[in-house]
Design a protein around this ligand. Structure first.
Ligand code: EPU
Length: 337
């Protein structure tokens, strides 16, 4: 279960070379409790699918890979069903499983890279839906005393790409499974997102099924976003920044065409991809790192870039955007060193 000198190249979707001095795999909650009791793993990095982690070449921190598998139905009532999935289940496999069963709720979240255990941490979201819309609860193991707790939706304090696991519980708890409340019928479908709505209108479909929505999402994602198996990347590298009303008004007077999404509290979300494109950095390359030609927010490893190369490139992007727009982009990707 515990190994030394393990290559992390295949454990991260950037495909960067890195080596963990200490590496442990947890296939069950009991495995995890056993590993956490080992003081060497007290501050270990918890690794899921490696789709949101950027490793430096020799991370000092030990790594625990969560490989808890299994999907089951835990509750069925009326038109609703609750499913439970292990933290190590691949997210997209779970989406496909739910669609095969005819369950609705996860269709907009198809093809998001990563594993189930990471989904609540950043409240994954795409095409108008976020995890919190279907979230029921998750099980946590406390890293200090290895006790097991359940957190419901309120306790998780979800926000845009945010939750309690990025704040008060950062490095304090490990998510071991996630329960989601889905619909068996009377689906609550969300087709409001521009590109999805356009595709259904052009196909003449007015009441799509969850599967049809997932197919469209898969189409859009495969067209716009590079497949990490072919070109190392971690999806969006930065979060979309949120600015307050005054800053937005200032930006709009200088950049009248600035795309924006009004938030509930008078703030505005600005697409980071647009900001990066405006500073001329879409589809640029420096050595083996660059931004993708179809999506400026996706940083890619063209071959042999190191984690540090990608980090330096990302700082150059941050600086260029900050100089032009006075907005500091915050990484969505986590750095493990
Ligand atoms: N845009 C550009 N240049 C580009 C790409 C996009 O100017 O190269 C502008 C366009 O105005 C476009 C807007 O950015 O309308 C938004 O682009 P997109 O619809 O691709 O969404 P995004 O805001 O860049 C977010 C998520 C994605 C998710 C999509 C779809 C974040 C940080 N990213 O991206 O999530 O798939 O919406 O809902 O919120 C991920 O987190 O890894 C991820 C891929």
């Amino acid at each position: 279960m515990i190994k030394q000198g393990v290559s992390l190249k295949t454990y991260n979707s950037f495909g960067v070379a890195a080596e963990a001095a200490l590496f442990a795999v947890a296939k069950t909650i009991e495995d995890l409790q056993f590993i956490l009791k080992d003081q060497r793993f007290a501050s270990a990095w918890i690794l899921g699918g490696g789709s949101n982690t950027l490793f430096c070449e020799t991370p000092k921190t030990p790594i625990i890979q969560l490989a808890i598998s299994g999907i089951e139905i835990t509750e069925e009532q009326g038109d609703e069903v609750v499913i439970k999935a292990g933290a190590g289940v691949n997210w997209h496999e779970l989406v496909l499983w739910s669609l095969e069963k005819g369950f609705g709720g996860l269709e907009n979240l198809a093809l998001i890279p990563g594993n189930v255990g990471a989904a609540p941490i950043q409240n994954i979201g795409a095409y108008g839906v976020e995890l919190q819309d279907v979230f029921e609860s998750c099980t946590l193991v406390n890293r200090n005393d290895q006790s097991v707790e359940t957190y419901d939706k309120v306790a998780c304090q979800f926000g845009y790409r945010d939750s309690i696991f990025k704040r008060e519980l950062k490095h304090k708890a490990v998510i071991t499974d996630v329960c989601l409340r889905l619909k068996k019928e009377n689906y609550r479908l969300n087709t409001s997102y521009g590109a999805i709505a356009q595709l259904f209108t052009s196909k003449g479909i007015s009441t799509p099924s969850p599967k049809e929505i997932a197919d469209v999402v898969i189409d859009i994602r495969t067209t716009k976003l590079p497949d990490p198996k072919q070109l190392g990347n971690a999806g969006s590298f930065f979060k979309n920044p949120i600015v307050d009303h005054d800053q937005f008004e200032q930006l709009k007077s200088s950049f009248p065409d600035i795309p924006h999404y009004a938030q509930s509290n008078q703030n505005y979300k600005i697409p980071a991809a647009w900001l990066i494109e405006q500073v001329g950095l879409k589809g640029t390359r420096k050595g083996d790192v660059g931004t993708h030609k179809h999506h400026a927010l996706v940083l890619v490893n063209f071959g042999n870039a190191s984690g540090d190369d990608i980090k330096v490139f990302s700082q150059m992007v941050q600086q260029a955007v900050e100089e032009r727009f006075d907005i500091r982009l915050q990484p969505e990707v986590n750095f493990c060193c």
